[in-house]
Design a binder for this molecule. Sequence first.
Ligand code: SAM
Length: 340
Amino acid sequence: MITDRLARPLRNLRLSVTDRCNLRCEYCMPEDDYVWLPREDVLHFEETSALVDIFLSLGVDKVRLTGGEPLLRRDVPALVRMLAAKPGLADLALTTNGVLLEDQVDALKAAGLGRITVSLDTLRRDRFTALTRFDQLPAVHAGIAAARRVYGTLKIDSVVIRGVNDDELVALVEYGRAVNGEVRFIEYMDVGGANRWAPSRVVSKSEMLAVLTAAFGPIAAITEPGSSAPAERYALRDGTTFGIIASTTEPFCALCDRSRLTADGVWYLCLYASHGLDLRGPLRRGVPVDELKAMIADRWRGRDDRGAEERLALGDRRAFVPVQDLLKRDPHLEMHTRGG
Ligand code: SAM
């Protein structure tokens, strides 16, 4: 196992399979128009699989497929099949907005996908349409029902934004309980530059806990020693569990073992990093596997990123990349390109 300069292991890889999305969430992709990754740059599944082999040989044992919207990529089950067959992979998961899930969940399960997280921020149809610009809440519900049928359980990720959906915390926990999905509330993050972030729109973990305690009574923290998972988990008196990812007010950089590979093969060591390591170029030039492995290992050993903690230390915080033109020149700076 290799570790970085802060003794964090290389374990967790998030694979973005496309930068495209079929929703336009206000906090993630609010613009009409984006500069997309050139199609010829997007890794073929065989290329992704070859890179994953190298990561597995260096200690990665968890892979999550994300995007953009991963289910927009043609034949994701084929990629899942390739990855699920790899011996060192202990956990293969997918994060989706759920819109296309109903039709694909059986094939994903048959291909070997281990678990599913669906992102859902509101239960109100009008609000969903306003937030995402598409009237797709019924499709997401159908996707969640299908995931429950096939997997029994799932996770539901909700970004909480003041004045947008912060009045739905209780309803979302109840919804999670009803569909056997564990809800994880995510603090609104200042990632990318087009996400209309402002400090006043962040609802902190402590505020969320106060609201939920007022509604449900005492809430017990669940201790999970040794876990590098970003969510802190809690249990209500009736045993219902939920999580909070306090990535903005209480960053978990000290334990972060995540890195991200974009759909075009650029490897980022931190969600907030402004530069990544291009792996597509060397892979396509036929650089031998051992050299690629050494490049990746060296880069990880030099890692000292603590992006979210550095953002927290800034007094006057605003959107991460304020210049729209810059984002248009380099789509890699956006959350939808590097995967949430
Ligand atoms: N399309 C898929 C989905 O909706 O889950 C996968 C990609 S999406 C970028 C991954 C996650 O990032 C989603 O749960 C989304 O809500 C979250 N996300 C995007 N922008 C965010 C922000 N500014 N703060 C916190 N979470 C964000």
